[in-house]
Design a protein around this ligand. Structure first.
Ligand code: CDP
Ligand code: MG
Length: 139
């Protein structure tokens, strides 16, 4: 059984509104194992590095400012087909288009403030996990 990882971030708006527990509950119910987790606030420079792939996009500056506006919860999640399974659990980028019962539909407010991040490939999951966690922080 191929168990692999994905990286999630509970975004500032969701943390500020007290959705952390509800979101972690959905993650647990869906059968993900938490490999690593931390509570931190990114600097604008760190948020810019994390989203460097979107640098050319019109929403980049605003996204970097939002993602560094308050504390987030970052976690590595493990499950069979973790990346794909977690993208299914969170739903579409735009919460108004996300399927019923998905994390973004339940807890998202706008396309930017869509409650959580989820990696989009195994390769990016590894890179994003390494951005937040060293080997000795993973269990
Ligand atoms: O997060 P996801 O992989 O579903 O979407 P993305 O296309 O990789 O975009 C990354 C993040 O940028 C989104 O989760 C949104 O927070 C933000 N975004 C935005 O602010 N405005 C857009 N038009 C698209 C994305
Ligand atoms: Mg993405």
């Amino acid at each position: 059984m191929a168990r692999n990882i994905t990286l999630t971030i509970i975004k500032p708006f969701a943390v500020q509104n007290g959705y952390t527990g509800g979101i972690l509950g959905k993650i647990n119910e869906a059968g993900f194992r938490i490999v690593a987790m931390k509570y931190l606030q990114m600097t604008p420079k760190q948020a810019g590095q994390f989203y460097a792939v979107h640098k050319a996009m019109p929403f980049y500056d605003s996204l970097v400012s939002f993602m560094s506006s308050g504390p987030v919860v970052a976690a590595i999640l493990e499950k069979e087909n973790a990346v794909e399974e977690y993208r299914k659990l969170i739903g579409s980028t735009d919460p108004s288009k996300a399927e019923k019962g998905t994390i973004r539909q339940l807890f998202g407010k706008s396309i930017q403030q869509n409650a959580v991040h989820g990696s989009d490939s195994d390769e990016n999951a590894e890179r994003e996990a390494a951005f937040f966690f060293s080997e000795i922080e993973r269990y």
